[in-house]
Design a protein around this ligand. Structure first.
Ligand code: S3P
Length: 424
């Protein structure tokens, strides 16, 4: 484990930065390319270890890669894996592939690193079993996750209690392989990438009563141009928002409504935002975002907004501490089930830097003092905490030391260098 000191200049900056390819979309492009029969291409896929995990697992199912080109015989011809499939740190890899593999006539076992092995998987069981799949979990509803089907899956109409894109996508990837149509309904605010893509291919539709209905069929081979990751761009947006008159533009990032709640939060804090849709990938918007720092107040985040800003909530805490007034995040109990207990890790981070923060059952409260102090932040193995701690250095007169800084490579290798380059 490496301790990395981060100290940031006091001046403003103005930069345009192309951030790495979107992680959520890269996983989906790779999995759909593997489910299709023929040659697909994934251009600009995310460079992090999580996306590499999806690629590696698919190799064990018989999918072939040559750079950006993927060749598959189609999901019907996936090979039975010889050993447990190691999804590394990536919950998206494990949950989405558990769905796709639940329809296969062989048994697959999915495992991961120490963090993934304690994440909750019970949420997958009811939706997949409703389709007729067999799902077995390890102790306490954790991985290993064992899935497979004795015969063809059937249609079903399911209801889920949490706004989880991963659970919905797992269900949808299984349902695509069923004998009849299946539908899912649950709380909104989630990233609906999978559903937009299925709709664009005629393999699904949103119904009048708010359900998403999957129409079974074959996914086409495709050429995917993956846009930039707004969850990565969010670190740069935060740096700009926290420094008066700093400005950053991130062209071509995903603007899926389930991804950009954080822009609304930045506006509440007082930042100047402009976001413009410039293109689409399979019905899913892509565009350019500019953030300019105008001073910081506070924000209240709850409900659907908490879901649509989910991965960015550690940054909301940083902005809250550097702002004025009290910032409150509620409706985010799901944060406890991320790569770390992210409510605890976020509050610990702010406190380690001399700020005032308290945990709530479903979020946190942060007191805005306008500055933080030098200190050591434990990343708790969580890439988003490591990167949020580096961003917090914008409000520190001195250094933030990040213990376990290398974990940023899960989503963004080269992150720290890019942060420093803002002032070059
Ligand atoms: C993801 C969905 C979210 C998000 C995760 C990626 C996805 O999880 O936190 O980083 O790509 O589907 P849930 O929707 O399951 O909470």
């Amino acid at each position: 484990m490496s301790i990395r000191p981060v100290a940031l200049p006091r001046s403003a900056f103005a930069q345009t930065v192309r951030v790495p390819g979107d992680k959520s979309l890269s996983h989906r492009a790779l999995i759909f390319a593997a489910m299709a029969s023929g040659k697909s291409q994934v251009i600009g896929g995310g460079p992090g270890a999580d996306v590499a995990s999806t690629r590696r697992v698919l190799t064990h199912l018989g999918v072939e890669y040559d750079g950006i080109t993927i060749r598959s015989k189609g999901v019907d011809r996936w090979q039975s894996p010889e050993a447990p499939l190691d999804c590394g740190n990536s919950g998206t890899t494990l949950r989405l592939l558990a769905g796709a593999l639940a329809a296969r006539p062989f048994r697959s076992t999915l495992v991961g690193d120490a963090s993934l092995m304690v994440r909750p998987m019970r949420r997958l069981v009811d939706p997949l079993e409703a389709l007729g799949a067999r799902v077995r979990l390890g102790h306490g509803g954790r991985p290993p996750v064992e899935v497979g089907a004795r015969g063809p899956l059937r249609g079903a109409d399911v209801e889920i209690p949490i706004a989880s894109a991963q659970v919905r996508s797992a269900f949808e990837l299984a349902a695509l392989q069923a004998e009849d149509a299946a539908s899912i309904h649950g709380p909104t605010g989630y990233r609906d990438h999978t559903e937009r893509w299925l709709t664009a291919w005629g393999l699904g539709e949103r119904t009048d009563d708010g359900r998403y209905r999957v129409l079974p069929g074959n996914v086409p081979a495709w050429k995917y141009d993956v846009p930039g990751d707004p969850s990565s761009a969010a670190f740069l947006w935060t740096l700009a928002a926290a420094r008066r008159d700093a400005v950053v533009t991130t062209p071509e990032v995903s603007l899926n409504p389930g991804r950009i709640g954080f822009l609304q939060v930045l506006e509440m804090f007082g930042a100047e935002i402009s976001a413009e849709v410039t293109s689409m990938i399979l019905g899913d918007p892509i565009g350019s975002v500019t953030v300019r720092g105008r001073g910081l107040f506070h924000a209240e985040v709850d409900g659907e907004l908490a879901v649509a800003a989910l991965d960015e909530l550690p940054l909301v805490a940083v902005l809250g501490a550097l702002g004025e007034g009290v910032t409150r995040v509620r409706g985010a109990a799901e944060l406890r089930a991320k790569e770390s207990d992210r409510i605890a890790a976020t509050v610990d981070m702010i406190r380690a830097l001399g700020g005032g923060a308290e945990r709530l059952d479903d979020g946190f409260v942060v007191l805005g003092t306008g500055f933080l102090e030098p200190g050591v932040v434990e990343t708790q193995g969580d890439h988003r905490i490591a990167m949020a701690a580096a961003v917090a250095a914008i409000g520190v007169d001195g250094e933030v030391a990040i213990d376990g800084a290398e974990v940023a490579g899960i989503s963004w290798p080269g992150f720290y260098e890019q942060v420093m380059a803002l002032w070059s």
